[in-house]
Design a protein around this ligand. Structure first.
Ligand SMILES: NC(=O)c1ccc[n+]([C@@H]2O[C@H](COP(=O)([O-])OP(=O)(O)OC[C@H]3O[C@@H](n4cnc5c(N)ncnc54)[C@H](OP(=O)(O)O)[C@@H]3O)[C@@H](O)[C@H]2O)c1
Length: 286
């Protein structure tokens, strides 16, 4: 039975893969959270992967606190930059495939058209730069065995995310402000988890970088309005520019990902953001 190791299993994506795993009885899943497998520890990574002899490693572990990364750069670069490189080396040694997850924040946000895998990167914050280093480390160490999936605006039933924060704030406050000049597309982690398992079960494994998010193009403000509608809230949502909501880390103004390559290569159909948001909210509020 093929073994699939999932790192960062306690996070949003890790938990969505765990939820889906019962639909894949042909695999022996090993879910490792940070305490069991800290991906920034080269020796532990090597020993763990040698011991488990996994056939596929799905790396869901990351330092995802975008603002905190600005002042905690060492942790961000160690986990997001070095970690994927350690995983790639350990996977290469046993011939396991590595599926690593990266971000739209590797781009600078100045594009006016959906970003393809060939577009030039240029991160504008520490998180994005650390994730770009991680991509590079993984590919340098194990080009033939690594698939990297860049994704954006991830939310799910699990952990902390924009959808859950909006649902809470809309219950607590009469009005909220949400930025309307950052454009992209959300990603329901359950959809990304399903896409990753499609890649795992595909007839052929085609290494390289791919883009994945839900279909559609929106701002955070549009997203908030849709959340408001789904939960039937009367909270007023005001559109504001990013300059009205200063954060330690700068965010790209445009980071819509072009998904053509992953759809063609792995024959994927990607749900639109509205239907996935509806699914997630119905699971949060059955
Ligand atoms: N969230 C987003 O909006 C977003 C957007 C674009 C791309 N992505 C990427 O998508 C992937 C999945 O993100 P997510 O939203 O599922 O993130 P998440 O919910 O923050 O989960 C990340 C997990 O990694 C764990 N982790 C942190 N440091 C670790 C280490 N040194 N060793 C092992 N595990 C460690 C965390 O554990 P602790 O909680 O204990 O720290 C957490 O369980 C990541 O690669 C992320 O960069 C996310």
């Amino acid at each position: 039975m093929a073994k699939i190791l999932v790192t960062g299993a306690g996070g949003q994506l890790g938990q969505e893969i765990k939820t889906l795993s019962s639909q894949y009885p042909q695999f022996d899943f090993i879910f490792a959270d940070r305490s069991e497998l800290p991906i920034d520890n080269a020796e532990l990574v090597y020993a763990f992967i040698q011991k488990t002899q996994a056939d596929v490693c799905i790396n869901c572990a990351a330092y995802t606190a975008v603002d905190k990364a600005e002042s905690d750069q060492d942790s961000a670069y160690r986990i997001n930059g070095d970690g994927p490189g350690y995983l790639a080396l350990a996977c290469r040694d046993i011939g396991a495939r590595l599926i690593h997850v990266s971000t739209d924040y590797v781009f600078d946000g100045t594009s006016a058209t959906p970003l393809t895998e060939d577009d030039p990167t240029g991160p504008i914050n520490v998180y994005g730069d650390s994730k770009l280093k991680g991509e590079q480390q993984a590919l340098i160490n194990y080009y033939d065995g690594t698939v990297i999936i860049r994704t954006s605006w991830v939310y799910s039933e699990f952990g902390n995310n924009f959808v859950k924060t909006m649902m809470r704030l809309m219950n607590e406050r009469p009005s909220i402000n949400v930025v309307d000049d950052q454009i992209g597309s959300p990603t329901y982690a359950a959809d990304l988890a399903a896409a990753i398992l499609t890649i795992v079960t595909a007839d052929s494994f085609v290494p390289g970088i791919y883009h994945y998010s839900n279909e559609g193009e929106i701002s955070w403000y549009d997203f908030a309005l849709a959340i408001r509608q789904h939960i039937g809230s009367t909270c007023t949502v005001n559109p504001i520019p990013s300059s009205g909501f200063p954060t330690p880390a700068k965010r790209p103004h445009y980071s819509l990902l072009d998904k053509s390559l992953i759809k063609e290569t792995y024959n994927l159909t990607i749900p639109d953001w509205q239907s996935s948001l509806k699914t997630c909210i119905s699971r949060l509020r059955p």
